[in-house]
Design a binder for this molecule. Structure first.
Ligand code: SAM
Length: 210
């Protein structure tokens, strides 16, 4: 893998597994919206799943849930949690977003929580998600739009990837994100920002006639 930023996340994995969710209320609301679109026939893919916290909560509402991440350390923690919770329909695979080899038009839902702003080619990831989804399938994403933020990350982003000390950080605005989704072919039906400088939660459908 040319991109070595997975090493950063491998180093973070143990700590990340123990970090409390910063805004529990917003997270619960995002879960509620996602659950509304899941059922026991749903074939779900999550990209950048981390240690599988969201996967463990949503997999019981699906037929099959494939949780992927390019950090093996994250995946190992997720697998251990899934085994302890006896969840046979939850599968973890160590895969980068650009390594996914999934049949076109085969997924009901793609989940991308706190990942699009970590990808150099986030537009490519959106295009791939669109192709993998069935017509009528839904993409859920929660994304830090760093260009709109009043934050130090804006200044750190150009250094991202430097010596593998920082993760890749890609700076774009909410407007650019929405445009990227629309360009990929999605129709946004839910867009929510829980507060200033918070991640934008977007639900978007691949139109049924596509
Ligand atoms: C901020 S964490 C988010 C984890 C989880 N989705 C959550 O919301 O808690 C970002 C995750 O994306 C993964 N990641 C970053 N770039 C990736 C890539 N190109 N392919 C696959 N996973 C990636 C990292 O390893 C890390 O686990």
């Amino acid at each position: 893998m040319a991109d070595k930023s997975y090493k950063f996340w491998n180093r973070m994995a143990r700590r990340y597994a123990n970090v409390e969710i910063a805004d529990q209320g917003a997270y619960l609301e995002k879960l509620r919206v996602m659950k509304e679109h899941l059922d026991h026939r749903a074939n779900v893919l999550e990209i950048g799943c981390g240690t599988g916290s969201t996967a463990l909560l949503l997999a019981p509402h699906t037929r099959h849930y494939l949780a992927t991440d390019y950090s093996l350390k994250m995946i190992e923690i997720g697998r251990a949690k899934a085994q302890a919770a006896a969840m046979p329909n939850l599968e973890f695979q160590c895969l980068a977003v650009d390594q996914l080899d999934i049949v076109d038009d085969s997924l009901d839902v793609v989940i991308a929580m706190s990942i699009l702003h970590l990808l150099k080619d986030w537009q490519g990831a959106l295009a791939r998600a669109f192709t993998m989804l069935k017509p009528g399938g839904v993409l859920f994403s929660s994304t830090a739009c760093i260009a709109d933020m009043n934050s130090r990350y804006k200044h750190l982003a150009p250094l991202s990837g430097f010596l593998n000390l920082l993760p890749v950080l890609t700076v774009f605005s909410q407007e650019e994100l929405v445009q990227g989704m629309t360009d990929a072919g999605f129709k946004i039906f839910h867009q929510w920002q829980p507060g200033d400088d918070k991640a934008i939660f977007i639900a978007a459908v691949k139109p049924p006639q596509s």
